[in-house]
Design a protein around this ligand. Structure first.
Ligand SMILES: [Ca+2]
Ligand SMILES: [Ca+2]
Length: 272
């Protein structure tokens, strides 16, 4: 399978956070309980790199065809074998937002990578986000911070910006890997359903409602989200997923409470 050629700048710029994240992912994958039926896993590596403006290039896709606003979710299909269309078409940020992050979540399976597809949201899949190119990083020359959740299903790329008019690659590398102790039956096909969204603005730990400070309002909001009042947006997860579980849960609630209380951790029982 052909490996994508990445711009050399991506090798310089993008390792310090991605590497621990991937190590965490690898540990989680190896240490996690492997179902008896699992014989293979699909690893996906989103590659979001800058593309220079080229007036002669008319093949790019406008982002608003998928995502018009921060936090809006577009569900698509990707997987193995790779879809060459997505390796050769670039995307233009035709929104009015400066994009400050990308969030992707594996949410199920799919039967094809091009519409019409059937997306089975909630279906079990062994697919995770991780390194496909072999450099032990998630490569991007735009976003310098990468966080992969412990279960490998959620990836958040931040620490960069795509201004209005900016262009970027639409590439998700993928490969099938053998799960420990099992044989890889080849060729196999696996497509997964992926929820994608973009962030605009700055998000820092604990500021779940994005108003610039960490207050009791963030605690209340995160508590509601942890209790399932509604699905957390990628922006809320970016700020509130302090334990890197890929969502807002009770572990985050305690961490946010500790931030509000000005403590690094809570060791005493908590009476509300
Ligand atoms: Ca806040
Ligand atoms: Ca969490």
């Amino acid at each position: 399978m052909k490996k994508s050629t990445l711009p050399s700048t991506s090798k310089r710029l993008f390792s310090f956070v991605a590497r621990p994240a991937l190590l965490t992912l690898a540990v989680a994958t190896l240490a996690g309980a492997t179902p008896v039926h699992a014989q293979y896993g699909l690893v996906m590596e989103p590659v979001i790199n800058a593309v220079a403006y080229d007036p002669t290039d008319t093949s790019w896709w406008p982002l608003t065809g998928f995502l018009a606003e921060p936090g809006q979710v577009f569900t698509y299909a990707a997987g193995y074998p790779r879809d060459p269309v997505h390796d050769s078409v670039n995307i233009s940020n035709d929104t009015t937002n400066t994009i400050t992050g990308m969030a992707l979540r594996i949410v199920g399976t799919a039967n094809a990578t091009e519409e019409p597809w059937i997306l089975n949201v909630g279906a079990r899949t062994e697919a995770t986000f991780g390194d496909v190119t072999g450099d032990r990083r998630i490569s991007s020359d735009i976003f310098h911070h990468v966080r992969v959740s412990r279960d490998g299903k959620f990836i958040l790329l931040t620490g960069g910006a795509i201004p209005p008019g900016g262009r970027f690659t639409d590439i998700s590398l993928s490969e099938l890997t053998r799960v420990r102790g099992c044989r890889l039956n080849s060729p196999r096909i696996e497509y997964v359903a992926i929820e994608s969204s973009f962030l605009a603005g700055n998000y820092f730990p604990g500021d779940v409602n994005g108003d610039g400070t960490v207050t009791h309002a963030d605690y209340e909001l995160s508590l509601a989200l942890a209790r399932g009042a509604r699905a957390a947006t990628p922006c809320e997860i970016a700020a509130g997923d302090l334990n890197n579980s890929g969502g807002i849960d009770m572990g985050d609630i305690h961490a946010i409470r500790a931030l509000i209380d000005g403590k690094t951790h809570k060791s005493e029982s908590d009476h509300d």
